[in-house]
Ligand binder design. Structure first.
Ligand SMILES: Nc1ncnc2c1ncn2[C@@H]1O[C@H](COP(=O)(O)OP(=O)(O)OP(=O)(O)O)[C@@H](O)[C@H]1O
Ligand SMILES: [Mg+2]
Length: 315
């Protein structure tokens, strides 16, 4: 099942914000969309999904499996989003319903795709929670979103998207809100799940280092236009546009000068230096322990044993 975006345009109030974007996602491909803030990444994704904000108008062509889906009626698009195309957004707090248990929410995703009883859906939710490496899945399904850490909530959002068994997953900055070390665990999980299921992926980020961890191809946007696209390895070795060169400088700066990144990266680096292993080994217990504790929202009742840390549980 392939996605083909041709000359996609989005206008808001007469202003072009996506301006003739074309790219393809062949079956099983993992494509990253990258660009600075405001370059049109999210609106490109929302246009594909038929979820543009009021006042935005899209034109051009979006073909899913050869069928034009741009401008389909809401009901048909909703069915497509339930069956074929899953999505994960940047901030899991807004994607999750605060007054429903995570098990019920994952179960509801199962029920979009399959006619099963609520009870069976809850049983399936446990299996889905396990699939995204949530610790103690039997217990975690009875918790509410605020009782989980940020990384755990994002795993729930991924579980909800994957419970529908989509053929394509669109993830818009799914790890940007997370601590850098926790990001690594979620990225590895996402890539592994997508690969194992033979799904395609559209992954949006502003960070080339992140993109390189999950995608095989990249589309670089600037002011709503594609300035460069190609294989990730080529882009890293010979970026042709100034935008890509700048993104590469930023990514390299973060990798080699961790003090310029999020403060906790430097903490993780310091812990790693004390304990010996390199910064790039996110599964190291010392880094996990120091960063998992900063993840904030984990209440005292949640499991906090070392095995429950974000990065150590990828399948
Ligand atoms: N609801 C809206 N109303 C008006 N303008 C909008 C709206 N949403 C986005 N825009 C404008 O469209 C442009 C592209 O926005 P978009 O959200 O796609 O950027 P982005 O690349 O995802 O940025 P970021 O990395 O910050 O998420 C921006 O100039 C933004 O200000
Ligand atoms: Mg965005």
């Amino acid at each position: 099942m392939s996605l083909e975006v041709t000359d996609l345009r989005v206008e808001i109030g007469g202003r072009p914000v996506v301006d003739g974007v074309s790219f393809a996602v062949p079956d099983g491909a993992r494509v990253g969309i990258i660009g600075e803030s405001g370059s049109g990444k999210s609106l490109t994704a929302l246009a594909i999904l038929g979820l543009l904000p009021d006042g935005a108008r899209a034109s051009g062509s979006v073909r899913w499996n050869g069928r034009e889906i741009l401008g389909l009626p809401d009901r048909e698009l909703a069915r497509l989003r339930g069956d074929d195309i899953g999505m994960v957004f940047q901030e899991p707090r807004t994607a999750l319903n605060p007054i429903r248990t995570v098990g019920r929410q994952i179960g509801e995703s199962v029920r979009i795709h399959e006619r099963v009883s609520r009870r069976e859906a809850l049983r399936r939710a446990v299996a889905e929670a396990e699939r995204v490496a949530l610790p103690d899945p039997e217990r975690i399904v009875s918790r509410y979103p605020h009782q989980l850490s940020g990384g755990q909530r994002q795993r729930v959002a991924i579980a909800m998207a994957l419970a529908c068994r989509p053929r394509l997953l669109i993830a818009d900055e799914p790890t940007t809100a997370l601590d850098v070390t926790i990001q690594a665990g979620v990225l590895t999980l996402l890539r592994t799940l997508v690969q194992d299921a033979g799904m395609s992926l559209v992954f949006i980020t502003h960070d080339l280092a992140v993109l390189a961890q999950v995608a095989t191809h990249a589309v670089v946007l600037e002011h709503g236009r594609v300035v460069e696209q190609g294989g990730v390895a080529d882009l890293l070795h010979a970026p042709s546009s100034p935008v890509t060169q700048a993104l590469l400088r930023d990514a390299t700066a973060t990798l080699w000068h961790p003090e310029r990144a999020h403060p906790s990266v430097s903490d993780a680096a310091a812990a790693a230096v004390q304990d010996g292993p390199a910064l790039t080994a996110p599964s190291g217990g010392a880094i996990d322990a120091s960063v998992a504790g900063e993840d904030g929202a984990t209440p005292p009742t949640a499991p906090t044993e070392p095995g429950a840390s974000e990065t150590g549980r990828t399948p």
